[in-house]
Design a protein around this ligand. Structure first.
Ligand code: ZN
Length: 285
């Protein structure tokens, strides 16, 4: 009875707090890397952003919505602290503080692309949030956003002296080596220089795939569905198909910036060209 009363009290006071307490925290080892989810929050995506979804495909998602999130990831190995994307920069700094990491201690920032939900944390109160980091950015992404003269270009100018521009390689060639245990692999299309990062250590791997998919519930079974945010939807589809084929063939776990909690898992090919994502929390890990 007392238990029931407590439950009703919780329900009436704070329905928003009923989500699992650990919904924002998840760490997975990849050899010597400790990879930690830094989420800005979970959300329900809307079918309106999907391009090329048939009525039959949409019937597979209830209410025309699908679970999503906005994530960044922290990868630590020995003394090296690497941040992969920076979210909106809203909850990012609280997460870092909770992990005992000060922004000045970040050695490397790897940017998958320059949309606001990925570079939002780069500037804090008008200043560089990561004054001591080397910032890796695909050259194609740099060139595209410099022509747009917006927030991304301003961020580039602020970090100019810390920027390391590179050309991401193809998955089939193993990508472009950037640092020990980190390679850049192209997934162009979502934006012109959209890039994924492959972490490797002691025979274990994890592909942090940025925005390879925004609507996992639709784009895993149907990778040919694009989203309205894609700069070049056809190329985004080709990249998605190539990366999905790569990670399933090589059995590489993945982490995604719009994959709902825990943001990390593995992909299985269910039938030719059609996939299923299994969250790391459902793998008994
Ligand atoms: Zn995004």
């Amino acid at each position: 009875m007392k238990h029931l009363f407590t439950m009703l009290l919780v329900l009436s006071i704070a329905p928003g707090l009923l989500a699992r307490e650990d919904d924002n925290t998840f760490t997975r080892a990849v050899g010597q890397w400790q990879v930690t989810l830094l989420t800005e929050g979970q959300h329900e995506g809307r079918a309106a952003i999907l391009v090329g979804a048939t009525r039959e495909m949409l019937a597979t998602i209830p209410n025309g919505t699908f679970p999503g999130a906005t994530n960044a990831f922290l990868a630590r190995s020995g003394d090296l602290i690497v941040l992969i994307d920076t979210g909106y920069g809203k909850r990012l700094f609280d997460h870092l503080q909770a992990l005992g990491v000060s922004p000045a201690e970040i050695d490397v920032v790897l940017l998958t692309h320059m949309h606001g939900d990925h570079i939002g944390g780069m500037i804090r109160d008008g200043e560089k949030a990561f004054p001591n980091a080397r910032v890796y950015l695909p050259r194609q992404e740099h060139d595209y956003w410099m022509q747009q003269h917006g927030n991304a270009a301003r961020m580039i100018e602020l970090y100019r002296e810390q920027l390391h521009l590179f050309l991401p390689g193809e998955a089939r060639d193993g990508g472009t080596p950037l640092l020990p245990g980190i390679r850049g692999i192209s997934a162009f299309g979502h934006t012109p220089g959209h890039c994924t990062y492959l972490l490797e250590s002691r025979g274990e791997r994890l592909l942090v795939w940025g925005d390879l998919a925004h609507a996992m519930a639709i784009q895993m079974p149907y990778p040919a569905v694009a989203v309205t945010y894609d700069v070049d939807p056809a190329r985004a589809v080709t990249s998605r198909e190539a990366i999905l084929s790569f990670v399933t063939r090589e059995k590489i776990p993945v982490a995604g910036m719009h994959v709902a909690y825990p943001g990390i898992g593995r992909v299985e090919e269910v039938s030719p060209g059609s996939y299923r994502f299994i969250p790391a929390t459902q793998q008994g890990e």
